[in-house]
Design a protein around this ligand. Structure first.
Ligand code: HEC
Length: 394
């Protein structure tokens, strides 16, 4: 809890994080596109393995793909590591500022598992470090040559982690945490498996030695992994806006479906409408259908007559005790301002927010945050009946 400074730092870090992430993903998608659109050099120069032409701002850009070779090194080279590094560092700081510093309210949901804040931080850090050790270890074994098998083991691991996180942390934190794990695998790949081998190839070529092209293949292999993580990570990072997803009773299934969807779309983009591409596209389409099916609103029970609704006086007490502790003009629990500007002090404020209250506290039960104010199921049910009856003020 850093007070007003926390909000300030949150804005600054988010801003840096979003910009560096856009640059990283943009570069990565551009190189994927380039690799898929390399054509034979019309001049048939032996050291050019592919060529393509782009137009932007009224000029042509000619991009040639060449292997690193002694005596043929360019005068300058742009290395792509700063985007990944900036994204990871700003993201890790955000994880600390937003989640770790408020772990007991943001990361813990006693209905899921009654952890202490420190334990939740341990889960967060442990899942990042542990996942890297397992993922990297797996892809160092000879099994890595059997991509389909090794890819399936990786996916199964991610599903297992999804299940564990959603059954250990609050739904919101579990989704974000999964994103942090996958994004960390991507950044560590850049630092350990992508940049160093290329540096080695470059220095060998600069010294006039025989370049080991296997190193480049290895770097490309890990960067291909990264592209499969990209789309799921984007969804997971944005997921905290969607209480209907992370607060859903089947949130672990939804997370798995979004991962399949993202990776499937990525495969389709990479290989196009080949058989493998069509299979990946079919998986993506099926998971989209399943997501709709799982989250389709249940048929509403008939609205109770106003007579069945609890009196407003009762509702007001529930909201005051369970919500207005935080959602108030003068909030407690370490908040300097009402979270998201939502105040529930006056009858008018409560009635105006009725739909949002229903969504967060009745349908999805993600509020009160971490059930800090110990709201009971009966109270949720009472709120639901009052809202369904049209929020009568008597
Ligand atoms: C411990 C403090 C706390 C309590 C208690 C609490 N909330 Fe919240 N609430 C928050 C925080 C923090 C957020 C912002 C979450 C975020 O950043 O997405 C929030 C967000 C919301 C939002 C989403 C606003 C928006 O448009 O994004 C709604 C609606 C909401 N709360 C309703 C409630 C209701 C209803 C209750 C009582 C049943 C309640 N809250 C109890 C802290 C609390």
């Amino acid at each position: 809890m850093l007070g007003p400074f926390e909000e300030w730092l949150g804005i600054l870090l988010r801003w840096i994080h979003v910009i560096t992430a856009i640059m990283w993903i943009g570069d990565s998608l551009l190189f994927m596109w380039l690799d898929k659109h390399m054509y034979e050099d019309p001049e048939k120069r032996p050291y050019v393995t592919g060529i393509t032409w782009l137009i932007h701002g009224g000029s042509y850009y000619t991009v040639e793909k060449r292997p690193l070779k002694a005596g043929k090194l360019p005068p300058r080279l742009r290395w792509f590591w700063m985007e990944a590094t900036g994204t990871w560092i700003s993201g890790f700081l955000l994880l600390i500022v937003v989640y770790w510093l408020s772990a007991s309210s943001y990361m813990v949901d006693p209905d899921v598992r009654p952890l202490s804040g420190l334990q939740a931080v341990g889960v967060s850090l442990g899942s990042i470090v542990g996942s890297w050790i397992l993922y990297d270890g797996l892809w160092r074994t000879p099994l890595r040559h059997r991509t389909l098998l090794c890819g399936s083991i990786t996916l199964a691991y991610l599903f297992g982690l999804d299940w564990w996180l959603t059954h250990t942390l609050s739904g919101r934190a579990a989704f974000l945490q999964m994103g942090a794990v996958m994004a960390s695998l991507m950044a560590f790949n850049v630092w350990i498996h992508i940049i160093p081998p290329q540096r080695k190839m470059y220095s060998t070529a600069a010294e006039g030695g025989e370049v080991d092209y296997g190193l480049g293949k290895h770097a490309k292999f890990r960067s291909t992994h990264n592209t499969y993580f990209t789309f799921p990570v984007i969804f997971l990072m944005l997921s905290n806006h969607f209480a209907g997803i992370f607060g859903h009773p089947l949130n672990w299934l939804l997370m798995a479906l979004f991962i399949v969807f993202g990776a499937g779309m990525r495969h389709l983009f990479l290989v196009g409408f080949t058989t493998a591409g069509k299979i990946a596209g079919a998986f993506a389409a099926l998971s989209t259908a399943a997501i709709f099916w799982v989250t389709w609103p249940a048929p509403k029970p008939p609205a109770p007559a106003a007579g069945d609704a609890p009196p407003f006086a009762e509702v007001r007490v529930i909201v005051a005790q369970r919500c207005a502790v935080c959602h108030s003009e003068s909030p407690g629990m370490g908040f300097v301002e009402a979270p998201k500007g939502l105040r529930l002090d006056t009858p008018r404020e409560i009635v105006e927010a009725a739909e949002r209250i229903k969504m967060q506290a009745v349908d999805r039960q993600v509020m009160p945050l971490g059930n800090a104010t110990k709201m009971t199921p009966e109270e949720r049910e009472q709120l639901g009946r009052w809202i369904a009856a049209g929020c009568p003020l008597k």
